[in-house]
Design a protein around this ligand. Sequence first.
Ligand code: ADP
Length: 427
Amino acid sequence: MTGSLGEEMAIKALKTGATDFVLKHRLATLPPAVHRALRQTEFRIQRRQAEEATRRKTEFLAVLGHELRNPMGAITTAVRVLTEASVDGSREAKQREIIGRQTRRLSALVDDLLDVSRVVSGKILLERRPVDLAEVARRCVESLEGTAAGRREIVLSVADEPLLVEADLTRLEQVVSNLLDNAVKYTPPHGRIVVTVARHGAEAVVRVTDSGIGIPNDMLPRIFEPFIQVSASLPRAGGGLGLGLALVRGLVELHGGSVTARSAGPDQGSEFEVRLPAIPKTTVPALPLPGRDGPSPPAQPRHVLVVEDSADVRDALRALLEVWGHHVEVAEDGPVGVEMARLNRPEIALVDIGLPGFDGYQVAERLRAAPAGRGVFLVALSGYGQAEDRRRALAAGFDVHLLKPVDPEELARVLAEMPASGGASRS
Ligand code: ADP
């Protein structure tokens, strides 16, 4: 219809405004009827793409609903069991375990959602330093020990010497553990998972190979796109939102690396390979990775102020701190929090960032500006965990920045390790 121009090229020319002189000239010579037909074709293509995007979004919402419903269902049932008068000690402990596990799962889902949107919009800032990739892999494998994953044979093969990359430790652990979690999820019990870390020329390479359900050839190029899952009918023991690999790719690329997937097809296992620029052998030593501490020693009783507007979060935090033996006061907004801190001089204040009245940053600034508030050890409770959120909190006067939902172990550690005289080091 478009003669030598070709339909596809003509549509491209229409779309780009035909900056190419020859293309523009050829387009101008087409009869108006052909122009109209081209515009209709272009419109059809755009409509098809929009329909495909809508379909994927609808599908994703269905998967999201399903993934949220499962843990919420388990929690609701467990809470109901706990309210029964006849519940015995061992049942009670079991239900508590369920609530803990499923709540962690809900938090992980929400973290993935937020992380993917940050990666896509380029809002993730890396805090890079020399990190030993072999040590990261070792720790990710160790963290699976004693879990249900342990029924699979997990083999780790790393060189004896450190393999350094310039990386953000938390994000690198996220990459390796996402690949490992998938290997576990898509490999039946008693299957085999092999993790190797090696230097290949100027690159550090980590490979996760499994003997699991494999990936069909036509899906291999697509599985790194957000929301893509091979098939809802495949066994997906651990569930998921189809975001893990999109996150892996986004984070690896932010580090200047690449990730690829290979599989000989269904039931033939899969292999994921991450390549990162390695730091040459002779330069800097790796900084020691922060230890994965065991439970902290119990803190001495503290005078704690909790400033939090959500009544349930406030009450739960108060209950937790009181059962740990601390003396707790609460405030439900910024102005009351500042006033109580001035009058009652707590040793530590846990302050929500998103508060009515004025926000947590303003609470910290006002407290640090007054003599009575300078000695308080200030902990920010924030829904935002990026490097710049942490920096902003510290700049406002906080001593520590904790991400919500607050991990009780982390809170216990902060209470145990804070200076004996609160935040007095600042006064
Ligand atoms: P999720 O696991 O939450 O569905 P991911 O983004 O991590 O999402 O993975 C996308 C899809 O890629 C998965 O749904 C699964 O179909 C496929 N996949 C990922 N890892 C493996 C693996 N090790 N073996 C087989 N299939 C895999």
